[in-house]
Design a protein around this ligand. Structure first.
Ligand SMILES: [Zn+2]
Length: 447
């Protein structure tokens, strides 16, 4: 019997438990599941299929998973060239959020259109799933239209930010609950977690209420943790102790807690995170862009923490290309430790696939190419000068490839891009509407 789709004559980087690479293989997809994956031999042929994707000279890998991104920031790429986090918030982020909330501009749907553009960019660069740490209700709407997989994380804050941008606490909590009711569906491509902006931006009361909502829906919490030295300083002034000690004390930490950045964690913090099986999202390019510091990822890995990779939002990274994030992570930790063996291409690819899936609680469904898993796949065309010759497939993917090398993207068994043509989103429409909005709000100079 024919299956729905088969990718044939492809190399396959499975990222499964055996970490094997299959040369000249096939992946068979029926409905939204991977139903077979193997080498093509004279004894084993690909099954017949309604749609056959010829992938000679290409490599199929699990769809890349971006564990931290702010889709609403997608119109802010290239802004504020030289700012640290606090100045970047004051001069870039807050004025933009003010525009988004301004009744005059509200009907433009800035968050929705910025998110569509972000989804376009992610699909075109091989990302099939993202963790969207956002607040605008237009964000999940855009994700749904794009047909990407996502964990939508509506975020909460009740202090530090300018008063006019902070909603009253009860109102914000209610809104969050309504967003989870609307969008969290464990059976669908979009699920939710509850996000807290950062310890210095959230009161204890807010954090505890957020935990109640997360528990009610059976989901995890996500929070920016120790991104900058500033945060570490504010925490010791506020709590009289370190951030993670405080979060442990108020019982916020567990295996579903996603700690984003973790740049300024020390050995004791890593120990606390390990004890509670806290997951980590690593954002190397954003941390470099804002000069925040270098997260001690090799140390976290050596202590057994699960670390997923991320780009962060376009306002602090400027692109959402996970291939670039992989290469940056590898380079950053090698040069910082002066040890070229400290992190391998295999490990950073794990951090963008199977380990990323673990950080979001999705590893039983995605993150590797195995029979029974959901068919979230990225096919990279290796027939290009900058990708040849191939010494080692994984090394070439991490060290040589970029998002523009992605040929085809499949999410949940559905082709979202084939031969670089989007099937769900209309690329020129998304682009022209976005540019029109940018012109209306007059915050960027244009080409
Ligand atoms: Zn962030």
């Amino acid at each position: 019997m024919a299956v729905d789709k088969v990718i044939t004559n492809t190399s396959i980087v499975t990222m499964g438990p055996a970490k094997n690479v299959i040369k000249k293989g096939f992946v068979a997809i029926d409905g939204n599941k991977i139903v077979d994956v193997d080498c093509i031999t004279k004894f084993k042929k690909p099954p017949s299929a309604k749609i056959r994707i010829e992938a000679k000279g290409m490599v199929t890998l699990p769809g890349l998973i971006n564990t931290h991104v702010h889709l609403y920031q997608n119109f802010l790429k290239g802004m504020q060239g030289a700012s640290s986090l606090v100045e970047w918030c004051d001069k870039g982020l807050f004025p933009f959020v003010r525009i988004m909330k301004d009744p005059k501009f509200k009907k433009l749907g800035i968050g929705y259109h910025a998110s569509l553009m972000a989804c376009l960019e992610m699909i075109k660069s091989g990302t099939t799933c993202c963790a969207a740490f956002d607040f605008d209700p237009g964000v999940p709407k855009a994700i749904e239209e794009s047909r990407m997989r996502a964990i939508f994380m509506p975020f909460l804050a009740d202090q530090w930010a300018p008063k006019d941008l902070l909603l009253e606490r009860e109102k914000r909590l209610k809104e969050t609950e309504l967003l989870l009711e609307k969008w969290h569906d464990p059976e669908s491509r979009i699920r939710c977690m509850v996000a807290l902006a950062a310890p210095f931006i959230c009161s204890d009361e807010l954090m505890l209420e957020a935990k109640k909502i997360a528990d009610k829906f059976g989901v995890g919490l996500a929070m920016h943790i120790l991104e900058t030295q500033y945060e570490a300083r504010v925490a010791s002034e506020t709590y009289g102790k370190k951030v993670l000690e405080h979060l442990e004390e108020i019982k916020l930490l567990n295996e579903k807690f996603l700690a984003i950045h973790c740049v300024w964690v020390d050995d004791n913090d890593i120990q606390i995170m390990k004890e509670h099986d806290v997951k980590v999202s690593h954002n190397p390019e954003s941390n470099m862009r804002l000069a925040s510091g270098v997260a001690p990822v090799p140390k976290m890995l050596s202590k057994g923490l699960t670390v997923g990779l991320a780009t962060d939002g376009a306002a602090s990274n400027d692109n959402l290309d996970m291939f670039e994030a992989m290469r940056a992570a590898l380079m950053l930790h090698r040069v910082t430790t002066l040890d070229p063996s400290i992190i391998s291409p295999q490990k950073v690819l794990e951090m963008a696939t199977i380990d990323a899936a673990k950080t979001l609680g999705l590893d039983r469904e995605i993150g590797s190419i195995e029979i029974g898993k959901n068919a979230d796949l990225t096919i990279v065309d290796m027939r290009k000068p900058h990708l040849q010759p191939v010494w080692d497939l994984v090394s070439n993917l991490v060290l040589c490839a970029n998002g523009a090398d992605v040929d085809t993207v499949i999410v949940d068994g559905e082709i979202l891009m084939k031969r670089r043509k989007l099937t769900r989103l209309n690329e020129s429409d998304v682009m022209s509407k976005s540019l029109e909005i940018m012109k209306r709000i007059e915050i960027c100079k244009g080409v």
